[in-house]
Write a protein that binds this ligand. Structure first.
Ligand code: UDP
Length: 254
């Protein structure tokens, strides 16, 4: 991206101002390296959760790349000077990274979702991107005491690119604690992307997505999510309050 800041702060959370192309390039560079770089697809609910969860906040701060996953974060980031053309969603990153990983023979690993889903998602991806090397896939319903064993299993697989779909904040915390043990160059939290890929949770149709109404589509299909979606008005109120404080602080400083 040519202009604008490299990153902005939204309610204390760093957001890196990158479009999907740049995000993909950076993640591939991490995957080729031995850096164990964590990537976060930052969403509205996550920013709200970070306000009262210090461990989660620290994981977001230490992450190598935080991309903008939701319309709420996008709007707030733009008001803080970010030049980002569109959201960078987990599923789109997953698809682009798998296409590139197939070309470069970078082995991938899928961790997360109900038993059988990650394996099915891996099969679909391998079919879609010929040459893709799937080092392994495992479900996300393991007890906390197996967290290290899971990371060691990934290390044995030789994966360079690790996709983790455990939901938030679990996936960010797991990556913060275990990515280095897994040996992968890049580890990215992708939420419910494996479910979406295998069609367990349909994605909103293109028209809804273009109108930025994916959240409404999900709410209508899965009404039990309403409580989680209260994070959006909460986020808007906090973000406006932050702007007001900055504005008043600026006036006093004059
Ligand atoms: N999940 C998991 N282990 C758990 C809890 C959840 O693997 O202990 C998976 C769940 O099956 C789903 C994903 O994490 O595939 C979370 O999906 P959700 O849509 O809630 O995540 P979001 O994308 O909204 O963060």
């Amino acid at each position: 991206m040519s202009e604008g800041p490299a990153s902005v702060e939204v309610l204390g959370c760093r957001l890196d101002c990158v479009d999907i192309e740049e995000a993909t390039e950076r993640i591939l560079a991490f995957a080729r390296s031995n850096r164990s770089a964590q990537i976060v697809t930052l969403g509205t609910e996550m920013v709200v959760a970070a306000q009262h969860d210090a461990r989660f906040r620290a994981a977001l701060a230490a992450s190598a790349l935080n991309v903008c996953d939701t319309v709420g974060v996008l709007a707030a980031a733009r008001r803080r000077g970010a030049r980002i053309s569109a959201r960078v969603t987990g599923i789109e990153l997953l698809e682009r990274l798998c296409a590139a990983a197939a070309d470069e023979a970078l082995p991938i690993y899928l961790l997360g979702a109900a038993p059988g889903v990650a394996i099915e998602a891996a099969r679909l991806l391998a079919e879609r991107y010929p040459g893709l090397r799937v080092a392994g896939a495992a479900d996300g319903y393991f007890p906390a005491e197996r967290a290290t064993a899971v990371a060691e299993e990934i290390a044995r697989s030789g994966a360079r690119l690790l996709f983790v779909g455990l939901g938030s904040p679990r996936q960010e915390l797991w990556l913060a604690d275990h990515l280095a043990q897994s040996g992968a160059g890049a580890g990215i939290g992708v939420g419910g992307s494996f479910d979406a890929l295998v069609g367990r949770v349909p994605r909103a149709p293109e028209r809804w997505r273009r109108l930025n109404l994916e959240w409404l589509y999900r709410l209508l299909r899965e009404p039990h999510r309403w409580r989680r979606q209260l994070a959006l008005p909460h986020f808007v109120a906090l973000a406006l309050f932050e702007e007001l404080r900055a504005f008043l602080g600026g006036r006093q400083g004059r």
